[in-house]
Design a protein around this ligand. Sequence first.
Ligand code: COA
Length: 213
Amino acid sequence: MTYYIRKFYRVLRFLYYKVAQVYSWLISSIKFYLNGVQYHRDFIGFGIPILDVNMQGSFTIGKRFRFNSGKYHAMGGRQQQCYFVVAAGAKLSIGENVGVTSVAFICHNKISIGNNVKIGINTVIYDTDFHSLDARYRNNYPELLDGVKSRPVVIKDGAFIGGHSTILKGVTIGKNSIVGAGSVVFQDIPDEQVWIGNPAQFVKENQYATVLT
Ligand SMILES: CC(C)(COP(=O)(O)OP(=O)(O)OC[C@H]1O[C@@H](n2cnc3c(N)ncnc32)[C@H](O)[C@@H]1OP(=O)(O)O)[C@@H](O)C(=O)NCCC(=O)NCCS
């Protein structure tokens, strides 16, 4: 008897995820539309992302985008929804066949993510410092944003960014390169390398790079 109850529970759970996938697709499509996102209808989403795309900003998503967002859908064990924020004049672009889980991409300048990129749970990409480094501006009330530093971020094709990483302004991550979980990246990573830590440092060449696209 216990076996069948447990089995039934798993069937219900399976059905829940199937329904959730359809619901997520529908609501996310509406949110993409309302935010002026250029996207392909073949995306697969679990959960609903949070979107704030300025009318003067641009957000494009390539084919076969996959995201996990929020409670019950982020299987790395963290519950945040994905955050995609694009400010006026900024440009966020995601290439083809990209997968992300519970990420935050905060784009005040330019964030460009290539094809076949995987970005692990809880990772944030900031192309801005958000606040001035000058305490007089930062602590003014209301806060003055003059001179806040902001530089483009580029994640090249095939990169894999481990969960809980922070990618800061001006960084380029090379083709097929890997960032270890929990890293803080503030400088460029060349192609086909593994970098890990805070601050992220070179650990080794990516021995699998040659077989990747
Ligand atoms: C970066 C990574 C892929 C390296 O894996 P690997 O090639 O098997 O490398 P190793 O385990 O041999 O580790 C290489 C070295 O880096 C260190 N290291 C590995 N990952 C580390 C991390 N996240 N932080 C700090 N050091 C790390 C190891 O201790 C080892 O150091 P040593 O050579 O001095 O012994 C893996 O450690 C990792 O971070 N995977 C990401 C998992 C993840 O977040 N997935 C997404 C979830 S949604």
